[in-house]
Design a protein around this ligand. Sequence first.
Ligand code: ASP
Length: 362
Amino acid sequence: MFNGLGSFVIASLALSACVHVDADFDVQLNDPPPLEWSIVIHGGAGVITRSAMTPETEAAYTAALTELMMTGSDMLSEGAEGLDVVETLINSMEDNPLFNAGRGAVMTEDGGFSLDSSIMVGDTLDAGAVAGLSNVRHPISAARKAMEKSPHVMLAGEGADKFAAEQGLEIVDPSFFFTQRRWDSLMRALDRRGVEAPANRFGNPGEDSASLSLPDDRKYGTVGVVVMDKTGNIVAGTSTGGTTAKRWGRVGDSPIIGAGTYAKSGVCGVSSTGTGEYFIRLSIAYAICNRVELLDESAQKAADNVIHEQLTGLQGDGGVIVLGPTGEPAWSFNTAGMYRAFATSKGDSVVEIYEFDEAVFD
Ligand code: ASP
């Protein structure tokens, strides 16, 4: 199931029940021990096909996801708090131009950046979100600050940038986010729209991912991480540049609690990626957790219902990563691929890109 070409299998699943022999030599089947911790990561979904991907590009994504998964696993096994793990990993993805978040974010119609992010802590239902940031290096950290240091859940636009600066977060010139690859995508999108291109305010970015062949135009590179830490707390976070050539202050699902991100410990955690307009209308992250809680569905079944029935039914596209009540990982998407990885305290770990590598946990 996990051995498709292009998938990178770190270790195989070991989920079978163990056999216990007691003092009277009775053989009993015991339930497998519960997970101590687990982590699931996505780097965006979309038209990600092997034919559009060079071996170098595939290797770059695989290496990035593998490193993130290993860093997260190390932190969780050492007892780190879920909130810190989610922030650390998403900070790293925000700095990596392979992904559509922070540096490497897609560009707005007027040639700028508008970054969205959210985070939610499952044991308290605390949540924070920011929308339309233009100069904060790490939007997920701004979402965390909004949760911890403001009386509000969501901050937007100039006020959110100002709040992040007041909180001591790193402020950068927007040129920091610029990559040639995203500029080229914007030019193609504006050409298709028949709109005149804005001036390039940021110039040559120098070293970035432009040398990689990256299938961009129908791919959503939002990033997300969901973890269950050793206390059983489920934490979820999402960060994005949104969609290429967005205009009018458009905000997608990523900063919306219940659409792009949701976490409730003992129930479920979700991070979404895809065309945000559909994810908002279906409250996708909350809908999945609701099915787990009220219908007693597995995380996989609930995710498949919402993605393959509801999202597909509305002709929306994208995917989700999910952790179930006891941290069991799942994912579901209706696109050709989704950059994704999971690991658990049992030693299972998988990194996959394409659709037919899709794992099923029931
Ligand atoms: N969901 C994001 C948005 O609509 C896009 C993405 O997932 O890449 O803003």
